[in-house]
Design a protein around this ligand. Structure first.
Ligand SMILES: [Zn+2]
Ligand SMILES: [Zn+2]
Length: 298
């Protein structure tokens, strides 16, 4: 058999996905038979033998998986090690440039803690904000912006990385322990049908919280224009006014809620959602976003 034939057979095996089945079968055999053989050799107890063989089987499965389907960076598709948490080193460096940083806990804009007056930054002084506090993962620029745009354009596998940032922001917020319900900002049904999913809901599902559960009882009842096309904060607020409602059998009364969204620009959408939730009886409404955009928009 020549080299070409070998490559052809190996390629066919990969196509048929035989490798993981073979690894599974071999591992099953190893786990069931080898402990007995080792024990019969009189070198160890059955429990220790079983533990050794189990570790060896896991090693075999990981090795076969990595050989045929190596882990790749979810952003640039470079091959990575299993320990790299879904992104290559370069993409992590790029992404972390846009993450973190001091921000105003009332509106999410970049702000130093020394620049706040009564807990408000210069940008949100005098503004009417219906959500009580906000947590953000970063600013909407460069790598984080590209990744969020890709996430909204069918690259749903990016939720693994974006949720790491979102969980970190949520855990670092001062309202983490208060949250009872996570409410993703809803899309209009027609937009959701077109996209196939609501990115905020995917993100909410990946959030780790000991008690909070997801509620989808906040709905968008009117299709609005895409917010980036709107010129001013006033126009944005007008665009979303009356666009949200709660379902008749909602359970928001007296609850502490955290809205979940991908981007906050002027905050008109989050503000409108928070207003509707409070009108429905929510006692507190917080917000979690992946990124805050438009740092220079007034
Ligand atoms: Zn990468
Ligand atoms: Zn502010």
């Amino acid at each position: 058999m020549n080299t070409y034939s070998c490559i052809l057979i190996l390629g066919s095996l990969q196509l048929l996905q035989v490798a993981p089945l073979a690894a599974f079968a071999v591992s099953g055999w190893l786990i069931s038979v080898l402990p007995l053989i080792i024990t019969n050799m009189g070198t160890t107890t059955p429990e220790t033998a079983f533990s050794i063989v189990k570790r060896a089987a896991i090693f075999v499965i990981d090795g076969v998986n990595h050989l045929f389907w190596p882990a790749v960076c979810v952003n640039c598709r470079e091959t990575i090690s299993e320990m790299d948490k879904n992104l290559c080193g370069h993409c992590w460096d790029q992404l972390l440039c846009c993450a973190g940083g001091d921000y105003c806990r009332r509106c999410g804009r970049d702000a130093s803690v020394f620049g706040l007056l009564g807990g408000r930054c210069p940008d949100c002084q005098g503004k009417e904000i219906h959500f009580d506090r906000i947590a953000r993962s970063g600013v909407y620029s460069q790598s984080l912006q590209q990744m969020i745009l890709a996430f909204k354009s069918s690259r749903t596998e990016l939720d693994s990385v974006l949720s790491l940032l979102a969980n970190s922001a949520l855990e670092g917020s001062d309202f983490f322990s208060e949250i009872e319900l996570l409410v993703p900002v809803p899309l209009h049904w027609s937009r959701r049908l077109g996209r196939g999913y609501n990115q905020s809901q995917l993100l909410a599902r990946k959030l780790k919280h000991p008690r909070a559960r997801i509620s989808t009882d906040l709905v968008r009842v009117r299709r609005t224009k895409a917010q980036p096309a709107m010129a001013s904060p006033t126009a944005r607020a007008r665009n979303v006014a009356g666009a949200f409602a709660v379902r008749r059998r909602h359970n928001f009364t007296g609850r502490r809620i955290c809205l979940v969204d991908d981007i906050k620009t002027t905050g008109a959408t989050l503000n409108e959602c928070a207003k509707v939730l409070k009108h429905a009886g929510a006692s507190r409404v917080f917000a979690l976003v992946l990124a805050v955009a438009g740092q220079n928009v007034n």
